[in-house]
Design a protein around this ligand. Structure first.
Ligand code: NAD
Length: 332
């Protein structure tokens, strides 16, 4: 029987890459029944809501959401819908695997690491206060409970996937209380997993190491803001944002999305790379137990990338989104 999922079609390149991914899922024979909703600015202009109530109700029912990127106004306007969804549904573990692909040439052919980003607190709670016209305060919140569950998720993942090491990334030399708590909880949780090595690095040093010796990292776990920044950095190591998928897992609900945004600079040009979103869809298929279909799609993508003839411009080719999609479908 087909598994019901909810799909949010966002802004910018969102609709193009959603169409590409849904077509590939369909041609790969994924057992899915999709409830599809347009979301974002255009939907707000049409119906006065960024996400239609029916879309939220669908996600609450299916518990699985495949979400394409949504534009967030900078410095004004509504709070990020992504942050809203992650906090509203307590999707606390943002998992972002970055792996070099031999077909995409970069200076770093041996990257194979996973970022665990805490998704619900830190500076992203959005508590900002204007003290006077020239002074603004932003509140950073770190709690034992939320640090514990993201650190445990990282170690559990390491144990389940045969990984050797988990590194805590922080800035506890400066934020002694908040990042200090995150770091000490990390080492408490580490004791539950004696066979997995645990170490920690300051976020600045970790960034330097990532661009000199990324192969020293295996699993990394960190508070929200560092996770946002460091994971984009890891996408750069493997060839760009078009290649970095993610899952946002809670205890009972899960959202799958590419790490990149709505890329307004290339929207509507038929050149967006749908791979990150497609790999996010593969993570979704694995989450709902359709492992063979995910494997088939991953193989077809690898072969398409290795053939090198229909690469999108972000990874050095000249192919359109449609041509790349067709090439993947031919290899399924
Ligand atoms: P972005 O990730 O959209 O784009 C950064 C650069 O990477 C651009 O040059 C873009 O063309 C390129 N790029 C991104 N995805 C690509 C793809 N699939 N194929 C080819 N090239 C790709 O970041 P931005 O420009 O800073 O943000 C644009 C909007 O997206 C903002 O409103 C931001 O808030 C939003 N955003 C949304 C999400 C999300 O929905 N999860 C995540 C990040 C940013």
């Amino acid at each position: 029987m087909a598994t019901k999922i909810t799909v949010f079609k966002g802004d910018g390149i969102g609709p193009e890459i959603t169409d590409a991914v849904l077509e590939i899922l369909d041609k790969a024979g994924a057992g899915l029944s999709c409830e599809i909703f347009p979301v974002g600015e255009a939907e707000y202009e049409r119906n006065g809501a960024l996400i239609p109530e029916a879309g939220l109700a669908s996600f609450e029912n299916t518990r699985v959401l495949l979400k394409s990127p949504i534009t967030t106004p900078v410095g004004k306007g509504f709070r990020s819908l992504n942050v809203t969804l992650r906090t509203k549904y307590d999707l606390y573990a943002n998992i972002r695997p970055a792996k070099s692909n031999q077909a995409v040439k970069t200076p770093f052919p041996h990257v194979d690491l996973v970022t665990f980003r805490e998704n619900t607190e830190d500076l992203y709670v959005g508590v900002e206060k204007e003290i006077d016209a020239d002074t603004v305060h932003a509140i950073k919140i770190i709690t034992r409970e939320k640090s514990e569950r993201i650190c445990r998720a990282a170690f559990r993942y390491a144990a389940a996937h045969g990984r050797k090491k988990v590194t805590c990334v922080h800035k506890a030399n400066i934020m002694k209380l908040s990042d200090g708590l995150f770091r000490s909880v990390f080492y408490e949780v580490a004791k539950e997993f004696p066979s997995i090595e645990a170490d920690d690095k300051m976020v600045d040093a970790a960034c330097m190491m990532l661009v000199m010796h990324p192969e020293v990292f295996d699993i990394m776990v960190m508070p929200n803001l560092y996770g946002d920044i460091v994971s984009d950095l890891t996408s750069g190591l493997i060839g760009g944002l078009g290649l970095l998928p993610s899952s946002n897992l809670g205890d009972t609900m899960a959202m799958f999305e590419a790490v990149h945004g709505s890329a307004p600079d290339i929207a509507g040009k038929n050149i967006a790379n749908p791979t990150a979103f497609l790999w996010s869809a593969c993570m979704m298929l694995e989450h709902i137990g359709q492992n063979e279909t995910a494997k088939n799609i991953r193989r077809a993508v690898d072969e398409t990338l290795a053939a090198g003839k229909t690469l999108t411009p972000d990874i050095g080719g000249t192919a359109t989104t449609e041509a790349y999609t067709k090439a993947v479908i031919e290899r399924l």
